[in-house]
Design a protein around this ligand. Structure first.
Ligand SMILES: Cc1ncc(COP(=O)(O)O)c(C=O)c1O
Length: 347
């Protein structure tokens, strides 16, 4: 199967496996694992932050960020289809006592005027105080779309004026940076905490980091232990993260080019794709607009040897390119997808 379901589908490459096998290791929980310490230093530099903490998953990174930035009984603002809102099982409420307000965005982006007006002192006894703004870049549910930096700066400045703290769910911030042609540190500037996932486009089998100031990362280490994320000889997996940061960042441009090629060819074959949304490694296909039901479309595609997934958007599937998808795979998908969906002609 040509597995375009997600960029989490990547398998560790031979070079990455060698690095894992040869990793120097120690007790990570005691901060004695040299490979984990190296990865944390590299990730902090990559993200332009003082320090970083190695974690098993990006969900844990997001949840730790909310735990250290939030305050019980206050409000977390996120875009209505962000991962934190729809895919973390209400963790913000469960772990951190936060009330989450989902704001309907434009391609995942929230505008400054969508933030709440300041709480007037006469209202402070009953209105929850907005305490955290979390944004997602790239934005998964919107098809891997990238926030222009000016939009990030506008909404984060407005949130700061309201006294809010800022988290970037940058699970795919390396994709955003490559798409913008900027260092990742630039894309992460101004946030208190940043999540980076190592097991999506970067190709590690697992692992993520949270990054931020030294003071916040001290708190993050406490929460990491509390969440049960403090490990032992974790250098074996952290070595995959080191390898990913050294070898797999710049090459994300190849995934983006393949997604673009796929998207353009599908449009040419009469498949409903909004090319404006194809900004990184996702191609969203509106099978609903083509009169095909989602489950039926997925089955037909599977039968044709192509794996896609449904999205949170009704009638919309996604194809995601990653480092195990070749030019040849894209050529085959370009023939198989329109045929499976019964597309007719070009646009
Ligand atoms: C934007 C975003 N944040 C966080 C996550 C969580 O990643 P993990 O599966 O490593 O917990 C995902 C996973 O798809 C994601 O897309």
């Amino acid at each position: 199967m040509i597995d375009l379901r997600s960029d989490t589908a990547t398998l560790p490459s031979p070079g990455m496996r060698r690095a894992m096998a040869e990793a120097d290791v120690g007790d990570e929980q005691r901060r004695e694992d040299p490979t984990v310490l190296r990865l944390e230093r590299m990730a902090a530099a990559f993200l332009g932050q003082e320090d970083a903490v190695y974690l098993p998953t990006a969900t844990m990174a997001n949840q730790i960020a909310l735990a250290i930035l939030g305050e019980r009984g206050t409000e977390l603002f996120v875009e209505a289809t962000a991962h934190i809102m729809i895919s973390e099982l209400g963790g913000a409420a469960m772990h951190s006592g936060l009330q989450t307000r989902g704001v309907v965005g434009d391609r995942g982006r929230i505008a400054p005027e969508q933030l709440p007006p300041p709480v007037h002192p006469s209202d402070a006894h009953h209105r929850p105080r907005p305490s955290v703004l979390a944004i997602e870049n790239t934005h998964n549910s919107s098809g891997g779309t990238v926030w222009p930096l000016a939009d990030v700066q506008a909404v984060t400045a407005a949130a700061r004026d309201l006294g809010m703290r800022l988290h970037l769910d940058g699970a795919r911030v390396a994709n955003a940076a490559v798409a913008l042609g900027l260092p990742a540190a630039e894309v992460c500037r101004g946030f208190d905490t940043v999540t980076l996932c190592l097991s999506k486009g970067l190709g590690a089998p697992l692992g993520a980091v949270i990054a931020g100031s030294e003071e916040l990362m001290r708190k993050a280490r406490v929460e990491k232990h509390r969440f049960g994320g403090a490990m032992r000889q974790a250098g074996v997996i952290a070595a995959a993260g080191v390898y990913a940061l050294e070898h797999n960042v710049a090459r994300l441009a190849d995934d983006h080019a393949r997604a673009r090629r796929l998207g353009e060819a599908l449009v040419g074959a009469g498949v409903a794709v909004d090319l404006e949304q194809v900004q990184t490694n996702f191609v969203q296909i509106d099978v609903g607009a083509m009169g095909v039901e989602t489950g039926d479309a997925l089955q037909r595609l599977r039968d044709a040897g192509v794996g896609l997934t449904a999205t949170v958007n009704h009638g919309v599937l996604r194809a995601v390119t990653h480092l195990d998808i070749t030019d040849q795979d894209i050529s085959e998908a370009i023939s198989a997808i329109p045929a499976a969906l019964g597309a007719h002609g070009g646009a």
